[in-house]
Design a protein around this ligand. Structure first.
Ligand SMILES: [Zn+2]
Ligand SMILES: [Zn+2]
Length: 142
């Protein structure tokens, strides 16, 4: 999935700076001061959004390598060199397989519990910010 919100933020920053660079040289000192202040305010607001977006990132989850009996269920063969797709989740002895992607969750909202629907990506926080930045309403088909 492309990250719409981050892409829009980057282009907004660029656009604002280009506009300020085009505008400021021709303005008298009073107006240049005001325009510079607006530019600084806008950049601060975007930086605040960055902080929120850094916390709400998509995280891909994977299925387990073994079932609860210890049988290999990912369909891979330890002797076939597939084993490098396996990683331990949390130093807890549970291993996951990258050949078995399951769901994508939010890095922040998923802390509230695996079964919580708010954990699904995109989470409401990211979706709301992306909707405002891109001008695309949820379910509006635009
Ligand atoms: Zn595997
Ligand atoms: Zn979230």
């Amino acid at each position: 999935m492309t990250d719409d919100a981050t892409a829009v933020l980057a282009s907004l920053r660029e656009e604002m700076t280009e506009s300020a660079n085009a505008l400021l040289p021709g303005l008298d000192p009073g107006r240049a001061y005001a325009a510079g202040g607006l530019h600084a305010c806008a950049l601060k607001a975007l930086a605040a959004l960055d902080v929120v977006l850094e916390r709400h990132r998509p995280v891909q989850l994977y299925g387990r390598v073994e079932d609860y009996r210890g049988n290999i269920v990912c369909g891979q063969d330890a002797d076939a060199g597939d084993w490098d797709q396996h990683f331990e989740g949390d130093d807890d002895g549970i291993w996951y397989c990258k050949s078995r992607p399951t769901v994508t969750v939010c890095s922040s909202c998923s802390d509230e519990g695996d079964a919580d629907l708010r954990a699904a990506w995109p989470c409401p926080t990211y979706a709301g910010i992306a909707r405002e930045l891109t001008g695309r309403g949820a379910g509006s088909g635009n």
